[in-house]
Each structure stands twice: as structure tokens, then as C-alpha cells.
Design a protein around this ligand. Structure first.
Ligand SMILES: N[C@@H](CCC(=O)N[C@@H](CS)C(=O)NCC(=O)O)C(=O)O
Length: 221
């Protein structure tokens, strides 16, 4: 299998964690932001990464969107399962969707705002700051939107703290799409000192999920 990705994208990390958890061998192709759409749009109709190319007889040619990649991997290799059985399955997918649609986006806003301001010293190079400024324009990352995103993340921390402190798993008694989505989509916050200080348990859990999935730790951890 081949994963088309941006090496730094937290959504691509999400797909890699699931591939690693299922121990599916794969290769990655890193795309250049800006030129990526030329490759991806003809395959999926979307412009977003990750895109998985199964490269297998009888399987779809390309799967775009990390949630659809999870669903494909679950049918392709059932063990270990990515969702708990029974009624809890719906809860795991619901949390995954919330993390994907709302929290992953909020992380992006807070992270790119940080990288352009207090976190500029992480990589002050011209090329890195250019990418950051393009991303901020593309997603309309303005100060009021960043403030809303930070409040949304605060709410998410309250929910995740309660669940992850009660049990190692967000849903049921095994790792699921919810844990993997949270570990990937909140991982960029590891570079932001205030989050490290306020939510140390989050980063312990992110590292733990990465170790289970055999994925190298995100920057900052
Ligand atoms: N919900 C999508 C979100 C993916 C996403 O936003 N990917 C970003 C990178 S973090 C991207 O490829 N952006 C480029 C674009 O929109 O053209 C998923 O789960 O795959």
C-alpha cells in the first residue's frame, strides 16, 4: 500500500497510526503542498491528504479522507479491530467524527497561530514561515477564529480528561478509532508549552498510543 501524505500533517499521522496498529506494511510518498492537488484530485475528487492507494487486485484504487481509510482498513484486516463490539461501536465512531471534524481543525488553528508568533523560533526560516503564512490564509486563521478554537480545545480537554483518567481507552476496553484520532489530532499541541504544562496526562496518552501503534513520536515528545 502507498500513503500519499504531507509529512507534517496530523491527519496523515492519524492514518499512519491505524496502519501501524494493524501492522499493515506500507510506503509513504510525501507530496509538496500546492502541487499536491494535481496528483490527488484526479484520484479522489478531493484535494486533502491523506490518500491511501491499496495497490491490490479487487480493492479501490484510491481512498481519500482519514475516516474512510480507517473504514477500509477495518474491512481489509479485521485484527486487531479498530472499534469495540456492539453498542460501543457507534460511540467510538461518533467520538472519531467529533475529533476529526471539530477538534483536529481547532488544533490546526491554535498550532499555526503559535508557530507564527511565540513559536516562530521553532523554525524561523523563510520557507517554513512562508508555508505557515499560506496555511493561515488558506484556512482563514484569524485572531477571533483562534480564540474560538482555543475554547473548543478547552472543552475537549475536559471530556478527554474524564474519559482517559477513568480508563486507558476512550471507549470500551480496547484501543479504538477514538484513541487513535485523539492521539494524532491533538499531537501538534506537544510543541506548545502552555498545553504541555496544563495537560501533562494528554501527552503521556499520546505517546502511549504512538508506542502501541509503532509510530515515531510527534515533534516535541
Ligand atoms: N477530514 C479530512 C481532513 C484532511 C485535511 O484537512 N488534510 C489537510 C492536511 S492537514 C490537507 O491535505 N490540506 C490540503 C488541502 O486542503 O488542499 C481527513 O480526515 O482526511
Amino acid at each position: 500500500m502507498l500513503l500519499l501524505q504531507f509529512s507534517t500533517s496530523h491527519y496523515c499521522r492519524k492514518a499512519r497510526l491505524a496502519l501501524g496498529y494493524k501492522k499493515i506494511p506500507y510506503q509513504v510518498q510525501n507530496l509538496t503542498p500546492g502541487l499536491h492537488a494535481l496528483k490527488i484530485r484526479p484520484l479522489t475528487g478531493l484535494t486533502t491528504t491523506p490518500v491511501l492507494l491499496p495497490q491490490l487486485e479487487g480493492q479501490p484504487k484510491a481512498i481519500g479522507d482519514s475516516t474512510r481509510i480507517f473504514k477500509f482498513l477495518e474491512t481489509y484486516r479485521q485484527e486487531p479491530p479498530l472499534v469495540p463490539e456492539g453498542l460501543l461501536e457507534a460511540e467510538a465512531w461518533m467520538l472519531e467524527d467529533w475529533l476529526d471534524e471539530s477538534i483536529g481543525t481547532a488544533t490546526r488553528f491554535v498550532y499555526y497561530d503559535f508557530r507564527a508568533k511565540e513559536g516562530k523560533s521553532i523554525d524561523p526560516s523563510w520557507s517554513s514561515q512562508l508555508v505557515i503564512s499560506i496555511v493561515r490564509k488558506q484556512y482563514n486563521i484569524t485572531p477571533p477564529a483562534v480564540e474560538l478554537a482555543a475554547v473548543r480545545l478547552q472543552g475537549a480537554m475536559a471530556v478527554l480528561a474524564q474519559k482517559w483518567q477513568e480508563s486507558p481507552y476512550l471507549v470500551g476496553d480496547r484501543l479504538s478509532v477514538a484513541d487513535i484520532a485523539a492521539a494524532a489530532l491533538l499531537s501538534p499541541l506537544a510543541l506548545i508549552p502552555s498545553y504541555r504544562q496544563d495537560y501533562p496526562w494528554l501527552f503521556d496518552r499520546i505517546a502511549w498510543v504512538h508506542n502501541i501503534c509503532g509510530e515515531p513520536l510527534p515533534p516535541g515528545l
